[in-house]
Design a protein around this ligand. Structure first.
Ligand SMILES: [Zn+2]
Length: 79
């Protein structure tokens, strides 16, 4: 994607979703966190995924206001 300077990371695809879902073992969580600390792509991706999940959880418990929908759409764009 234009302007996206950091290469996508295979490790990210492998551990990010299970890490966010909190389904990894303690060892795997440690490994994922270690990787996040040293990989700008994953750190950035993690922040994005986490904020997205917060919005989704919020949206499930209440009616989503139009401004929130716009913010969600704006969040998706950089990726
Ligand atoms: Zn990575």
């Amino acid at each position: 994607m234009a302007g996206f300077e950091i290469d996508p990371c295979e490790k990210c695809e492998e551990v990010m979703q299970p890490y966010l879902d909190r389904v990894l073992s303690e060892d795997e969580v440690g490994e994922a966190e270690q990787h996040l600390a040293g990989c700008p792509y994953c750190a950035r991706r993690y922040r994005f995924e986490e904020s997205l999940r917060r919005f989704v959880r919020k949206a499930c418990s209440e009616q989503m206001p139009p401004e929130l929908k716009e913010r969600l759409a704006a969040l998706r764009t950089p990726l």
